[in-house]
Design a protein around this ligand. Structure first.
Ligand SMILES: [Zn+2]
Length: 169
């Protein structure tokens, strides 16, 4: 019987080597929270570049939210991340195409796009004067009757934006 070198012998769970390995992984993950998004990006078919991981961290780090390219750009600048508004816009577009974000366009003066981290089907309030987008709780979004799709077409998705303004007192 050949004797394997010590380091190649499978150690029982919780061995020193395993603990060291786990500590190393934890340390690497804690190095910067952006690494949490590496696998998410890979699964979505996107190369996990430094920029994408950092923007993903800003986007997905704190629960569901709606952002415009301008809002995300400002946050990236505050996080000391040098990049252009065009890069932020392209990244948002890539994330949306990869299915990581929803996109809601609100009309008005210039059409404005919000990107939504909440991928469940839901509708929105848009506060016109404040340019703020809010989720309508699922239970309240009642659409009794959808129109028939024209011949040869099918409905993909129904996205309602209810526009609001503050009551004039
Ligand atoms: Zn939403």
């Amino acid at each position: 019987m050949t004797t394997l070198p010590d380091e190649l012998v499978a150690k029982p769970l919780g061995s020193d080597m395993e603990q060291r390995f786990n500590r190393f992984i934890r340390a690497e993950t804690a190095l910067h929270p952006r690494y949490r998004y590496r696998d998410m990006l890979r699964r979505a078919g996107l190369r996990p570049t430094h920029q994408r991981m950092t923007l993903a961290h800003i986007l997905f780090g704190e629960g569901n939210r709606h952002v415009t390219a301008e809002m995300l750009y400002e946050e990236a600048v505050k996080a000391n991340m040098p990049l252009s508004l065009a890069t932020v816009y392209n990244t948002l577009k890539q994330f949306t195409e990869a299915g990581l974000l929803g996109q809601i366009s609100v009309g008005g003066g210039g059409a404005k796009s919000f990107f939504d981290t909440n991928l469940s089907e839901h509708h929105h309030f848009f506060v016109q004067d404040e340019e703020a987008l809010l989720d309508i709780p699922a239970a309240e979004a009642m659409i009794d009757k959808l129109p028939e799709a024209p011949d040869g077409f099918e409905i993909v998705r129904v996205a309602v934006v209810v526009r609001l303004r503050r009551k004039q007192s």
